[in-house]
Design a protein around this ligand. Structure first.
Ligand code: C2E
Ligand code: MG
Ligand code: MG
Ligand code: MG
Length: 279
C-alpha cells in the first residue's frame, strides 16, 4: 500500500503540474495575441522634484487590457514575458509608445521606461532606442531607462558598453528598486547611473524607525558624493514624505502624489500645474 500512496501523491502532484503548465501555455498564447492585437497600454506615474515641488517626469508602466479578465498588472505577466522572450517585442512596443506619448507632453517633462535584462543584452538594443527617439521626435535627454540590479549580474562587459553608448547619446540611466538585490554599491562604481531609485520597502518601514531612515540617508549621501540623483519610491503618506525630505532625497514617486494614470489624465495634471504656476 506504500506504493499505492506513493502513486496517489505522484498523480496529485502531476495534475497540479499539468494545471500550472496549462495556465502558463494559455497565458503565453494570450500574450502573443495581445501583442498582435495591440492589447497593452501604458499608464504614467509622476516623478516629483521635492525642492521645486513640481513634476519632473513620468514613469511608463505597462498594463494588459485582457478581453475577459480586464486590466492586468505587470507583476502578473512580466515574469512570463521574460521567461518566454516575449519581453523583447513587448519592451520594444513600450519604448516606442512611451517616446511617442512623451513627445506630446511639455518639453521639460522626461519619460522613464523599464528595461529588462533580456532587452539590454540584445546587441541591437541601443539601435532600437535611437530608432524610437527618431520616430517620435523625442530628444534623447528626455528619455530615462530604468534597469534593475539583476540586469547587471551577467554579461557585464557588453551591458556596460550599451549603457555607455546610450549615455553618450544623452539618454539617462536609472537603477531601479535599489537595495533589493546585492552588491549594489560596487555596481554604482562600475556602471554609469544618473539616478538611484530607492526601493519602496525602505520608505514603508521608515516612519518611527530610525534604521530605515538611516538607510535612506546613507544612500542619499552616497548618491550625492557620486553626483547621482536619488529618488524614493512608494511614498504613500505625509509622514513618509516628511522622512524622505528630512533624509535629503531629491525626488519622490508614490500614491501620495499620484498613482499611475492614463496619458490624458497626466496631460491634464501637467496643464493644470502649469496654469496654476503661471497665475
Ligand atoms: P517598478 O519599475 O519599480 O515600478 C513602480 C511600481 O510601484 C509600479 O507598479 C507602481 O504602480 C508601484 N507604486 C508606485 N507608487 C506606489 C506606492 O505609493 N505604493 C505602492 N504600494 N506601489 C506603488 P506596477 O505598475 O504594478 O509595476 C510593477 C513592476 O512591473 C514595475 O516596478 C516594473 O518592474 C515592472 N514593469 C512595469 N512596466 C514595465 C515595462 O514596460 N517593462 C518592464 N520590463 N517591466 C515593467
Ligand atoms: Mg521602474
Ligand atoms: Mg522601482
Ligand atoms: Mg519596484
Amino acid at each position: 500500500e506504500a506504493k499505492a500512496a506513493g502513486r496517489g501523491t505522484y498523480c496529485l502532484f502531476e495534475s497540479q503540474m499539468d494545471e500550472t503548465a496549462r495556465e502558463r501555455t494559455v497565458m503565453e498564447r494570450e500574450l502573443r495575441e495581445a501583442l498582435a492585437y495591440g492589447r497593452f497600454e501604458l499608464h504614467y506615474q509622476p516623478l516629483v522634484d521635492l525642492d521645486k515641488n513640481r513634476i519632473k517626469g513620468v514613469e511608463a508602466l505597462v498594463r494588459w487590457r485582457h478581453p475577459e479578465r480586464g486590466l492586468i498588472s505587470p507583476g502578473v505577466f512580466i515574469p512570463l514575458a521574460e521567461e518566454t522572450g516575449l519581453i523583447v517585442p513587448l519592451g520594444d512596443w513600450v519604448l516606442n509608445q512611451a517616446c511617442r506619448d512623451a513627445a506630446t507632453l511639455p518639453d521639460d517633462i522626461s519619460v522613464a521606461v523599464n528595461v529588462s535584462a533580456l532587452q539590454l543584452r540584445n546587441r541591437n538594443f541601443a539601435q532600437g532606442v535611437l530608432m524610437a527617439l527618431a520616430a517620435s521626435g523625442l530628444k534623447a535627454t528626455r528619455l530615462e531607462l530604468e534597469i534593475t540590479e539583476s540586469v547587471l549580474l551577467d554579461d557585464t562587459e557588453s551591458n556596460l558598453e550599451t549603457l555607455h553608448t546610450l549615455r553618450r547619446l544623452g539618454v539617462r540611466i536609472s537603477m531601479d528598486d535599489f537595495g533589493t538585490g546585492y552588491s549594489s554599491i560596487s555596481y554604482l562604481r562600475r556602471f554609469p547611473f544618473d539616478k538611484i531609485k530607492i526601493d519602496r520597502s525602505f520608505v514603508r518601514d521608515s516612519v518611527g524607525r530610525s534604521d530605515a531612515g538611516a538607510i535612506i540617508r546613507a544612500i542619499v549621501g552616497l548618491g550625492t558624493s557620486l553626483g547621482i540623483t536619488t529618488l524614493v519610491e512608494g511614498v504613500e503618506t505625509e509622514a513618509q514624505l516628511a522622512t524622505v525630505r528630512a533624509e535629503g532625497a531629491q525626488e519622490i514617486q508614490g500614491y501620495l502624489f499620484s498613482p499611475p494614470r492614463p496619458l490624458n489624465e497626466i496631460s491634464e495634471m501637467l496643464y493644470l500645474a502649469k496654469t496654476r504656476s503661471a497665475a
